[in-house]
Design a protein around this ligand. Structure first.
Ligand code: ZN
Length: 388
């Protein structure tokens, strides 16, 4: 079954060979989808025939967003904590423990229903690929079931047993690292593609993070790192040294950190929802881009520090607050996310790519930043299937 999408006013291919600039922009374009793949891309009048036709009405079509950083296996929420923070009240550091307790107490069916709901919410906003982390179980059984549930929905599953030290090990962090790199890893590895660690003061230091990542590597998991979110630290350098696909947050960087990222294959994944929701200073995307680093944008969707599932929101904030142009932000939210997941089949619209397509109710991708907060998603195809 093939579908011709014609009368596309502006097409973002993310393939410079197909169109103008880094976004590979084509005006008055058409796309043919065959099965779950893109079969043809080019100027409208040259389009081949297909079994069925969709008229894009002159609107913009872009690749589905690739959200490469999300924490979606959890129960409960933290409304009261957010309300207290935004009301200027002091609040304890126990936030994540609230979610761990709720997640442990939830049934598999409840966790699965929550995950399904947030993935559907993302799809309605144009996101077609989502990475999902564990990290609210913090016991062997709860981390393994979190990943088993996530693996039922996405190939991009990440073992984050090293999110924070489990409450039972508050007085024995070394013992917890031993668990995370031993028994818990063995139980989780079958369901995970990636291994991640929160390398930050108050979570795991450089040596502990290295132990977690190298243990994961030895089990065939590829590394990614929560790095340099709350302050300077060793996370970015460790990510680069170990060839991690991504260093995530990158809010506090030295010149050496920026140079290391620019000279590496590690993507700097920026998560503006976290700074927005904690009233923290944003990362400097301009500095990274000017140095030549690859940049991705992602939601960091989680109930504590960034409870947004909206990639359009992240694009708008990145343009307004982080020095990105609209083209750069859209690229980072699509092709950048794909690079951060080391995927070549998503994040672009080119022959052979997966047919993950996002039709906007707008004539240009620039509207994602120009019209912040406005629902612009008109249609979404995932693997060639119309979902929205
Ligand atoms: Zn995170």
């Amino acid at each position: 079954m093939s579908t011709l999408i014609s009368n596309i006013g502006s097409l973002v291919t993310n393939d410079p060979a197909l169109g103008e600039g880094p976004l590979g922009l084509l005006a008055d374009a058409a796309v043919v989808v065959d099965g779950d793949r893109v079969a043809w891309v080019g100027p409208g009048p040259a389009a081949p025939a297909a079994d069925e036709a969709v008229d894009a009405g002159g609107r913009a079509l872009l690749p589905g967003f690739v959200d490469s950083h999300a924490h979606l296996v959890f129960a409960g929420d933290r409304t009261a904590e957010f309300n207290a923070r935004m009301s200027g009240l002091a609040y304890g550091a126990g936030g994540i423990r609230t979610t761990v307790a709720a997640t442990r107490a939830a049934s598999d069916a409840e966790l699965n229903a929550n995950l399904t709901r947030y993935l559907a919410e993302m799809l309605r906003q144009g996101t077609t690929t989502v990475e999902v982390k564990s990290g609210y179980g913090l016991s062997t059984a709860d981390e393994a079931r979190s990943l088993r549930i996530a693996a039922g929905h996405t190939e991009e599953t990440t073992y984050l047993g090293a999110h924070v030290v489990a409450p039972e090990y508050a007085d024995d962090p070394a013992g917890y690292v031993e668990l995370v790199t031993g028994e818990m890893l063995a139980a989780c590895a079958p369901y995970a593609r990636w291994v991640d660690v929160f390398c930050e003061r108050g979570a795991f230091d450089g040596d502990q993070a290295r132990a977690v990542l190298t243990a994961g590597l030895a089990q065939g998991l590829q590394p990614r790192v929560h790095a340099n979110q709350l302050g300077h630290g060793p996370g970015v350098q460790l990510a680069v040294e170990l060839g991690a696909a991504s260093a995530d947050h990158c809010t506090h960087l030295t010149d050496a950190d920026v140079a290391a990222l620019a000279g590496s294959t590690t993507v700097a994944t920026l998560l503006p929802g976290a700074e927005f929701s904690t009233r923290a200073p944003y990362p400097d995307a301009r500095r990274l881009l000017d140095a030549g680093a690859a940049v991705a944008l992602s939601t960091d969707c989680n109930p504590g520090s960034s409870f947004t599932s909206s990639m359009p929101f992240c694009v708008a904030v990145a343009v307004r607050e982080m020095g990105m142009t609209p083209d750069e932000a859209v690229h980072a939210a699509t092709a950048g996310g794909a690079l951060a997941l080391r995927r070549t089949d998503v994040g672009r619209i080119a022959p052979g790519a997966r047919a993950d397509l996002h039709l906007l109710d707008a004539p240009s991708h620039v509207h994602l930043a120009y019209r912040p907060g406005v629902p612009l998603t008109a249609a979404v195809w995932q693997g060639g299937v119309r979902k929205v």
